[in-house]
Ligand binder design. Structure first.
Ligand code: BES
Ligand code: MN
Ligand code: ZN
Length: 496
């Protein structure tokens, strides 16, 4: 998809479809829309709005042919909904749905669209364009790598119509940023969707290395022998039942004079069978996605290294496969984590926290201002919050609230779950410092409490995307399947 922006009279556009936005509670045309209407002999006001009765309901569309080459073969109205509910998140959702709509209509290679709802005065042209471009890219994503018949109805060109030179300038900036983020999201989704047969720890670490070479970012990959020397014992235990060698990756982006140092950690289980505590077939079905945290932080690095904020960013992921075999770690095994604390293995399916424990300890050595881990960690978070709200917890209210607010602006919902010291009780072991599972109550919080034993950071947040990383049915701008949940929020958080 190729995006452009131009300050232009809409009547002079040359496109297969030209789209304009109409509010439900204010159908008066803007001056630019009025000029277009005049050039089209009142087609919009008389025919589409009066006779067809277009209501402007959120994401509703109506499309009719003009039998003209200029401004466009077809004119499409899209409903923006009520003005008071309008937001950037709504813009993204509308454009995601437009992308799919365009693909359904024949000969829609060349699309033009005005900057939607700019007259609401809720945001500037740059923010509007950014939300639009991200929406188009999210809506147009599909994973057809393994289909012999590829999708051929893809939109080739989208031209965004600005009303002033200033708007055009801002729109151009918005497009550049959004394309970086949209491409990072596609990269993350591709990694999550990739079958575990191919997305092995080694394959993912090679992809990370390749990406870093292109970005000019440093990338270190550690193998099993090195990790043994580095005492990543809890992590290595999880991977020991698999034929695939575990890998640990450490990516570093650093600006000239960074004002902040952030560590991002992504859970990287390339397949979670549960291990000897094997999962029922149904629960195992989507477990190739148990490296979504890793895919997300790699995507964030991809975006950040191109947007180049004045910070130092470290991205860490411990990659391995959790499998049952003769060499698997077992119930009752006692592991000595990298920080020296001992853990009794109570359940081999609570493997994510074991891998994250050692990475959190490694992160301590980096002395960062903030540490954020993101993981498909618990089924309990899916029960508590469903597939469209991400769980967040940690030890710093300000940081958590800022992450929640950042997500809200973008349309990625986060909800805080509590961690209290008493929860350590549930993790008591008779023979070790702790065990890796608690009772079945408050499962997500207890997992968070477990992780807290392995970080010294005073600014630590843990994000549980078990429900939101991969969804059963489409939601707002998101298609079903991999969502790249929190990539936009984390990127925006780091940039601010
Ligand atoms: N990877 C799973 C969590 C998960 C569940 C991710 C559903 C995506 C969708 C994790 O490793 C796991 O198995 N957690 C267990 C923990 C339990 C054994 C304490 C769970 O939630 O059942
Ligand atoms: Mn598991
Ligand atoms: Zn898991």
């Amino acid at each position: 998809m190729e995006f452009s922006a131009k300050n232009q009279e809409m009547a002079n556009v040359f496109a297969s479809i030209l789209t304009i936005g109409i509010f439900e509670d204010d159908k008066a045309l803007t001056p630019a829309q009025e000029n277009l209407d005049i050039a089209l002999n009142n087609l919009i006001s008389d025919y589409l709005i009066k006779k067809e009765g277009f209501k402007g309901k959120f994401t509703d569309t109506v499309c009719i042919p003009t039998f003209l080459k200029i401004p466009a073969d077809k004119i499409m109205l899209v409903g923006l909904g009520k003005k008071k509910d309008f937001s950037l998140a709504k813009v993204t959702e509308i454009c995601s749905k437009l992308a799919k709509q365009y693909e359904k209509i024949l000969n829609t290679k060349n699309v033009a669209c005005e900057l939607l709802g700019l007259n609401s005065k809720k945001f500037d042209a740059k923010a509007c364009t950014k939300a639009m471009t991200e929406g188009f890219m999210i809506g147009a994503y599909d994973y057809d790598k393994y289909k012999t018949k590829k999708n051929t109805s893809e939109i080739k060109k989208i031209k965004l119509i600005a009303g002033t030179n200033q708007e055009e300038k801002e729109a151009k900036e918005g497009i550049v940023e959004a394309q970086i983020i949209g491409e990072a999201m596609n990269f993350t989704k591709d990694l999550i969707n990739e079958p575990a047969q191919n997305a092995t720890p080694e394959a993912i670490s090679n992809i990370a290395k390749e990406m870093c070479e292109q970005l000019g970012v440093t990338c270190k990959v550690y193998n099993k022998k090195q990790l043994q020397e580095m005492n990543f014992n809890a992590f290595l235990a999880v991977g020991q039942g698999s034929v695939h060698e575990p890998k640990f990756i450490h990516l570093t982006y650093k600006s000239h004079n960074p004002k902040k140092k952030i560590v991002l950690i992504g859970k990287g289980i390339t397949f979670d069978s549960g291990g000897l505590d094997i999962k029922p077939a149904n629960s195992m079905l989507t477990m190739k996605t148990d490296m979504s945290g890793c895919a997300t932080v790699l995507g964030v690095m991809k975006a950040i290294a191109q947007l180049k904020p004045n910070i130092e960013l470290h991205v860490l992921s411990a990659l391995c496969e959790n499998m049952p075999s003769g060499s698997s770690y077992k119930q009752g095994d006692v592991l000595t984590a990298k920080n020296g604390k001992t853990i009794e293995v109570d359940n081999t399916d609570a493997e994510g926290r074991l891998t994250l424990a050692d990475v959190l300890t490694y992160a301590d050595e980096l002395n960062a201002d903030e540490v954020i881990d993101i993981a498909t960690l618990t089924g309990a978070v899916v029960v508590a919050l469903g597939q469209n709200i991400t769980g967040i917890m940690g030890n710093n209210k300000t940081m958590i609230n800022k992450l929640i607010q950042t997500g809200e602006k973008i349309g990625e919902a986060l909800w805080e779950l509590p961690i209290v010291d008493d929860m350590q009780e549930a993790l008591k072991s008779d023979i070790a410092d702790m065990r890796n599972t608690g009772s079945r109550f408050a499962g997500s919080s207890v997992a968070g409490r477990f992780l807290q034993n392995f970080t010294q950071s005073k600014n630590w947040a843990h994000i549980d995307i078990a429900g939101t990383a991969f969804i059963d049915k489409p939601y707002r701008e998101l298609n079903k399947g991999a969502t790249a949940a929190m990539l936009r929020t984390l990127t925006s958080y780091i940039l601010s």
